[in-house]
Design a binder for this molecule. Structure first.
Ligand code: CU
Length: 627
């Protein structure tokens, strides 16, 4: 087995003044696009010459013109549009559960504004930072083909946007349809800085399922009465687990099952006998969620902006970083009645967690012609959600997710691979510094690692370092397998201390990569939602216990495995993923539990440039923030 790298609430598509989210089709934005394009080509760096040489020299003028035209005409023959958004990062007072706090928002909204685009569209988001915190925004799940500079994780692809500064995220949506989301990617700011990304199919291309009469977004979050920056800073100081949230939220609203909260309840108004598309997003910080609607089954049709084989379920499981589109078929006759939709955690670790339930209301409209208000409301039914630690449900649910794998939407699973990696994922510890008492396990500090490496955040952006020749900022020596093998899901080793380093795996362009992610039982087995930036991967296998390199690979599903960007590594088990490294750049892979991310459960892939010009990372945009 060769291991590479060992050695080396808004109207859709509309113009909303209040949120200052706009989609512009007028002069100054056209000029602005033109400037951006020039800045892109005119910046210093390796790829600039290539772009400006020979035939492409003349193309620049042509393209500048084309970009200007694109911005003026909403639809060109290809149907591709450029969609412009302005994100002002602003403080805003928000009250939930009778606690008011000042939170970081986009344009004063919580949750933030939605981005709507069609497959094939270009999206330009100008982010201007008006708050004291450093900020960066990640477009979670967007492939970012050759636009790694727009990916967003702070100190990985960019330095953060400092107070008073702006950065334009510029990317094109290729081959994706469904729901994704954007969120802050620095410290714990994503607790309040998040919002949906809706990707519609290309114009005149239908969904591969019955046309819904309406669409709703349900974005799940986590509400903390205290300031989340203070929570994580204190935890990292003392070594203890951070305080847990007070509530979960649906579209920012905790709902009626919490004290002082019934006025903050999300209500979804529906009519009988109709089909609705619900776009579910788990933007919670630290918790997988079970989701259900009383009295209704849901049909899963899309996961992480990839269509799946439809299947019906009473309950969904969504990890942080995952999105799921479902169809809701309303009952044929149910005037004036309401049902609770609810979400509560699926939790497997040993630590404390927020075990509360958020709820919203599915409200049937009155039937036209029926006697108004005469019928008493039925009692609100709550959905039956699995037990908080129902790992069997989790395994069954994830096994049902399959790619469509038809001629329109083939599953391009790598049938063989060029590199195999085996990464343990789990918790660990750091010794307590001298002259300090620590509140982590046995007086140590909590840490987390992959292959026992707890990722050390650099103070400059890795993509910039890589593009300009590294300069010792990181090493491409991340281990392809654990430094010492042990019974990963059995009795943990005595020494649970982690090592630290800014270490990457480098792979050639186009490499077909397989990674087995193996949970460990160190300080408790736990399901970890692993997220990969810049790629979708296929989930070709999973199981409980230790991965068996002889017996497990023959059972891999290479026909219709689900394709996604975030997968829950089974608690006390393993998952095998495959992806094609067809996107040059530096790509983060990490646990999407914010607490584990803070503790170091993260690493980076470096995908080298290919031979052809369109296989190379372009130079950075001129406005890329500096550290
Ligand atoms: Cu984790």
């Amino acid at each position: 087995m060769e291991v590479i790298g060992q050695n080396d609430h808004h109207p859709p598509l509309g113009h909303t003044h209040r949120s200052r989210t706009f989609e512009v089709v007028h002069g100054d934005i056209a000029t602005y696009s033109t400037k951006r394009y020039l800045a892109f080509n005119g910046s210093q760096g390796r790829g600039t010459k290539e772009l400006l040489q020979g035939e492409e020299m003349g193309l620049v003028n042509l393209l500048v013109f084309a970009v200007a035209v694109l911005s003026v005409l909403p639809v060109l023959c290809h149907g591709q549009r450029t969609r412009h958004y302005q994100f002002n990062i602003e403080m805003q007072n928000v009250t939930r559960l009778c606690h008011t706090k000042s939170i970081v928002t986009v344009n004063g909204h919580f949750p933030g504004p939605k981005i709507v685009a069609r497959e094939g569209d270009r999206v330009l988001v100008r982010v201007t930072n008006h708050v004291p915190n450093n900020v960066s925004i990640h477009w979670h799940g967007i492939r970012q083909l050759r636009s790694g500079w727009a990916d967003g994780p702070a100190y990985i692809t960019q330095c953060p946007i400092q107070t008073g500064q702006s950065y334009v995220y510029n990317f094109t949506i290729v081959g994706q349809r469904g729901t994704l989301f954007w969120h802050a990617h620095i410290s714990w700011l994503r607790s309040t800085l998040y919002g949906p990304i809706v990707i519609l199919p290309k114009l005149h291309v239908p969904y591969p399922f019955p046309k819904p009469s309406k669409e709703f977004i349900l974005i799940f979050g986590e509400w903390f009465n205290a300031d989340t920056e203070a929570i994580i800073n204190q935890a990292l100081q003392t070594g203890a687990g951070p305080n847990v949230s007070e509530a979960y939220t649906i579209n920012g609203l905790p709902g009626p099952l919490y004290n002082c909260s019934s006025k903050d309840t999300y209500k979804m108004n529906v009519e009988p006998g109709k089909t609705y598309l619900l776009r579910l997003i788990n933007a919670a910080l630290n918790d997988d969620l079970f989701v259900g609607i009383a009295g209704h089954n849901l049909t899963v049709v899309d996961a992480d902006a990839v269509y799946v084989k439809p299947f019906e379920t009473e309950t969904l499981l969504i990890t942080p970083g995952q999105t799921t589109n479902v169809l809701l078929r309303t009952k044929d006759f149910h005037p004036n009645s309401s049902f609770l939709m609810a979400a509560r955690p699926y939790a497997t670790g040993l630590g404390t967690f927020d075990n509360t339930t958020t709820a919203g209301v599915l409200q049937y409209r009155e039937e036209p012609g029926s006697r108004k208000q005469s019928k008493p409301l039925l009692p609100l039914l709550r959905p039956n959600l699995p037990a908080l630690n129902d790992t069997a449900f989790a395994a069954n649910f994830s096994a049902k997710l399959r790619s469509l794998a038809n001629s329109d939407f083939p599953a391009k699973v790598p049938r063989s691979v060029d590199g195999r990696f085996f990464f343990t994922v789990g918790l660990g510890a750091d010794p307590c510094p001298k002259n300090q008492t620590c509140q982590g396990p046995n007086g140590t500090k909590f840490a987390a690692s992959m292959n026992n490496v707890s990722f050390a955040m650099p103070t400059t952006a890795l993509l910039q370092a890589y593009f300009s020749g590294n300069g010792g900022v990181f090493a491409a020596d991340f281990p392809g397998e654990p430094p010492f093998p042990f019974n990963y899901t059995g009795t943990p080793p005595n020494n649970t201390f982690v090592s630290h380093g800014t270490r990457a795996v480098a792979v050639p362009y186009g490499a077909r990569v397989e990674v087995v992610l193996q949970d460990t039982s160190i300080l408790g087995a736990e399901s970890h939602p692993l997220h990969l930036h810049g790629f979708n991967f296929f989930v070709v296998g999973q199981g409980f216990g230790n991965f068996d390199p002889e017996k497990d690979p023959p059972r891999f599903n290479l026909v219709d495995p689900v394709e996604r960007n975030t997968v829950g590594v089974p608690s006390g088990g393993w998952v095998a993923i495959r992806f094609v490294a067809d996107n040059p750049g530096v790509w983060f892979m990490h646990c999407h539990f914010e607490v584990h991310l803070s503790w170091g459960l993260k690493m980076v892939w470096v995908v080298l440039d290919g031979e052809k010009p369109n296989q190379k990372l372009p130079p950075p945009p001129r406005d890329l923030p500096q550290c």
